[in-house]
Design a protein around this ligand. Structure first.
Ligand code: MLT
Length: 413
């Protein structure tokens, strides 16, 4: 008899963004005349930078000619892209990362979800609350948690992120082996200071723990005091893996390209307590289960590191940051307590009521899609996340509609 991985049965019925899309589709079917403005999932709306499109075209032309055609590429990614990343994202910032420590992939969602496969199923796990659901769900699938009770999975150490700690997770009282951190944060938009990140790196070093650091929103950092990479912190090379993505940086959500940094010094331990190289294990996994990102996509990603590419990427991110500032300004003016929207495309808003109720009322009364905070964990309840990924005109219109709906006596939000 064929049997299933029983741990899948512990998962909540569907993935957060699929649940939201279903609710929005239902609403749209029942109200076809209503205009909906989507500020829910963080999906880019601006076209790819011009340099990427030009690089894409050139690479497609190469594929059209026997003399320049490419078949299988290196699973880890082409050297031209790995070298450009090492130089521009790390070395130019004084960070010691080598091209062969960078693994190109088709997404940070997949990489953050897959990396835990290298680790034993009986490790203890610390996950912030609220959090990007992929970290939790993939550990549930791997059998590292107990059942879901009262809004939480047993056996996870939840690191509560609230207004009281500026949405930065504190070091837990009990020892943990694996820690997920994401900064600039999804969903709260909070950033981490160098000092707070240093405390986590020191903790991981003292406890032989590992930090999985998701820096998918790094390109939104504008404040020079904020670390762009965990490797800016002394000792992090030994205890941290970093995930980056071209999705939000350069509009690659549909094009797909990302990378994971696994320093050669980064170790985890076998059952005899001997240090093993995570770089070697990830390389083994990657070469076995993945055949590389397509050549034209890697050429398009490489193009963002040219002088022109840097200017074009900055202009796109500035555009989304302006949207974020508009949301923040309106929500502040309406008296909501908010975090994020600076150095981040997400604004995290305290609604003081059930987040799914607020989501429904925002959809029905103002035609706006947000993300209910409860979908990111119990600390997310009574919060919503608004994303800055849309056109400025639509964001502006959404804020006007939201303000009108909130102030309406006939149909109060
Ligand atoms: C989000 O809205 O949280 C992200 O777009 C989801 C993702 O990157 O997978």
């Amino acid at each position: 008899m064929i049997t299933i991985n029983q741990h899948y049965l512990k998962l909540q019925t569907s993935y957060l963004f699929s649940t939201i899309a279903k609710r929005v589709n239902e609403y749209q079917i029942n109200n076809p005349e209503k205009e909906i403005i989507k500020l829910g999932i963080g999906d880019c709306t601006r076209a790819l930078p011009k340099v990427c499109i030009e690089a894409f075209h050139r690479a497609v032309d190469e594929m059209a000619d026997d003399a320049t055609f490419r078949g299988y590429g290196p699973e880890q990614g082409y050297p031209f892209l790995r070298e450009a990343i090492a130089e521009n994202d790390f070395n130019n910032r004084g960070v010691d990362i080598h091209a062969d420590e960078i693994f190109i992939s088709d997404g940070a969602k997949c990489d953050t979800g897959n990396f835990q496969e290298l680790l034993s199923s009986d490790i203890s796990l610390a996950i912030p609350d609220p959090v990007y659901p992929v970290y939790v769900d993939t550990n549930v699938m791997a059998g590292r948690t107990g059942e879901f009770k009262d809004g939480r999975y047993q056996k996870i150490v939840y690191l509560e992120c609230t207004k009281e700690n500026n949405f930065i997770p504190g070091i837990p009282a009990e020892p943990v082996d694996l820690i997920y951190l994401c900064f600039p944060n999804n969903p709260t938009g909070a950033i981490i200071t160098r000092d707070a990140l240093t405390q986590w790196v020191d903790y991981a070093r003292d406890n032989k723990a590992l930090i999985l650091f998701d820096a998918a929103y790094e390109a939104f950092i504008r404040d020079d005091a904020i670390p762009h990479s965990i490797y800016e912190i002394d000792g992090a090379r030994e205890v941290a893996v970093e995930f980056r993505s071209f999705s939000k940086t350069a509009g690659f959500t549909g094009t797909r390209c990302a990378f994971t940094v696994v320093p050669k010094a980064c170790k985890a331990y076998d059952e005899n307590g001997n240090a093993q190289s995570l770089h070697a294990l990830w390389n083994r996994r990657h070469t076995t289960k993945f055949n590389g990102v397509s050549y034209p996509v890697q050429r398009a990603a490489e193009a963002i590191y040219s002088d022109e590419g840097k200017v074009q990427v900055r202009e796109i991110i500035d555009y989304y940051l302006e949207n974020a500032a508009r949301v923040r300004q309106e929500m502040d003016a309406l008296g909501f307590s908010c975090v994020g929207g600076q150095n981040s495309p997400y604004i995290w808003i305290d609604t003081k009521e059930d987040s799914w109720n607020f989501f429904d009322r925002l959809l029905h009364n103002a035609g706006i899609v947000c993300t209910p905070g409860a979908g990111f964990g119990s600390c997310g309840n009574q919060h919503i996340r608004i994303s800055a990924f849309n056109s400025y005109d639509k964001v502006d219109l959404a804020m006007k509609k939201l303000s009108t709906a909130l102030k309406s006596k006939a149909n109060p939000m």
